[in-house]
Design a protein around this ligand. Structure first.
Ligand SMILES: Cc1cc2nc3c(=O)[nH]c(=O)nc-3n(C[C@H](O)[C@H](O)[C@H](O)COP(=O)(O)OP(=O)(O)OC[C@H]3O[C@@H](n4cnc5c(N)ncnc54)[C@H](O)[C@@H]3O)c2cc1C
Length: 418
């Protein structure tokens, strides 16, 4: 413990240097805590940097209520974090790092340069200037019998003591970037309630024929409407795009449905989505166009000229429909407007954009402290919430890191310095 002019400073160990852990470090160092961040990898923020590769979508500009609804059954638990630090506050915070943002046509918010690296660089510099110490290649292995954090480092094993500990270890996907989910059994052993980590924002296997796979893997399906009826009979519909993969489907439209699709497959062994391949035309119009005499033209050129279907859309029809349906204009038109595609398995957790499951909200108090382990707090993707892509993941990671950091500080004020 060090002593400053304002009294003894509190030492906080943060394990995990992703957006959640670094945000907690910022909040706590501002309060005057001595903050040490430990990360297993040779540098911090690796998943954050990867998220920036395809265009860093940091948050969303939609109003608070629809924004909150993206967290589904966990919306109410996330409400206080996001009320205090939602999309607008996050944008202001990014601007404070000297990085401009813009709102894309879908309402998604991006840094002007579309990249994460300049933001992370400016942020780490600000954290270091505030006295935050970052220790890379420090892998947390659990606790010693007397309650110290056990860290393995290239210089050997270390024991670290702190007045409070904040775990921000991420979910279970893209393990090579650091978040491998190895913390889950460690917390479970200590009596913390956890749910298994499951893929979220993930692709799915269909099991294409060799013919379809070899011709269309990698092809985007642009502007289709996907509809899915969940176990409670609620139909969800959304227009967007996805990509045909070697074995199935992936991309933003699929990710938007990934949680209910994953749950339906777990419950019933498969899930059937329906695709409207001609969203601009209603069923009556498509039926009339398909039934229009085609003379000597092939079915492909007929559907291309009358309905605008070609390439992968045409391939998908042939892949999913039998010959009888293909030759019956009524049934073919109905299938063009609602083509059933059966998904048989989610892609593995490690390939997913994010994970669901983790530390349950019942295991946490309102400060995000583990009820079973007083003085240990959690934040970020390791908590049991999930959301679609669109900036909602990062926003909740930042907001929960901030909430947990403030929770740590509040809790420390109730304790006598050790
Ligand atoms: C390809 C891809 C694209 C994405 N794009 C977006 C996007 O555009 N918008 C969006 O909102 N979200 C996006 N995400 C999701 C987002 O990046 C994550 O939700 C977010 O990074 C999670 O933050 P976190 O701080 O909770 O955990 P992480 O960022 O995973 O950080 C956890 C940290 O903990 C460290 N760690 C783990 N275990 C240990 C241990 N035992 N000891 C020490 N350190 C440990 C790890 O090394 C890591 O640095 C994307 C994810 C991926 C994979």
């Amino acid at each position: 413990m060090t002593t400053t002019a304002t009294g003894p400073s509190r030492r906080v160990a943060i394990v995990g240097g992703g957006p959640a852990g670094l945000m907690a470090a910022e909040v706590l160092s501002r309060q005057g805590a001595q903050v040490d961040v430990y990360d297993a990898m040779p540098s911090v923020g690796r998943k954050f940097l990867l998220a920036g590769v395809g265009g860093m979508n940091i948050t969303h500009s939609e109003p608070a209520e629809p924004f909150l609804s993206r967290y589904g059954s966990r919306s109410e638990q996330l409400r206080p974090w996001l009320q205090a630090f939602g999309g607008a506050e996050l944008r202001e915070w990014v601007h404070g790092l000297g990085i401009d943002t813009f709102v894309g046509s879908s309402g998604r918010v991006f840094p002007t340069a579309m990249k994460a690296a300049p933001l992370l660089r400016a942020w780490l510099q600000r954290l270091r200037e505030a006295g935050v110490r970052i220790h890379v290649r420090h892998r947390w292995q659990g606790w010693s019998d007397d309650g110290a954090l056990l860290l393995s480092t290239p210089e050997g094993d270390k024991r670290v003591r702190a007045d409070a500990v904040l775990l921000a270890l991420g979910g279970g996907s893209w393990a090579k970037l650091g978040s491998d989910g190895a913390w889950l059994p460690r917390l479970a052993e200590r009596g913390v309630e956890v749910c298994p980590l499951v893929p979220s924002n993930c692709g799915f296997d269909v099991g294409w024929s060799e013919h379809f796979r070899s011709r269309f893997a990698g092809e985007p399906l642009k502007s289709v409407v996907l509809s899915f009826t969940d176990a409670d009979g609620r139909e969800q519909r959304k227009q967007g795009e996805f990509v045909v993969t070697e074995g199935g489907v992936e991309g933003s439209l699929i990710y938007a449905f990934s949680a209910p699709l994953r749950d339906a497959i777990a419950a019933h062994g498969s899930a059937t989505i329906h695709l409207d391949l001609a969203p601009g035309k209603d069923l009556a119009r498509v039926t009339a166009e398909v039934a229009h005499p085609r003379g000597s033209r092939s079915l492909s050129s007929h559907l291309q000229s009358r309905v605008g279907l070609k390439g992968v859309k045409m391939g998908l029809l042939r892949e999913c429909l039998d010959k009888d349906t293909m030759s019956d204009p009524q049934r073919l038109a109905a299938a063009i407007k609602a083509l059933p595609v059966k998904l048989i398995a989610p892609r593995p957790l490690d390939e997913a954009i994010s994970s669901g499951g983790g530390v349950t909200f019942a295991a946490l108090d309102e400060r995000l402290m583990l009820r079973q382990l007083p003085g240990v707090f959690c934040a970020g993707e390791m908590l049991d919430w999930e959301a679609p892509t669109g900036g909602y993941l990062l926003t909740a990671c930042f907001a929960s890191g901030r909430a947990a950091g403030l929770g740590v500080w509040e809790w420390l004020q109730t304790r006598r310095p050790t």
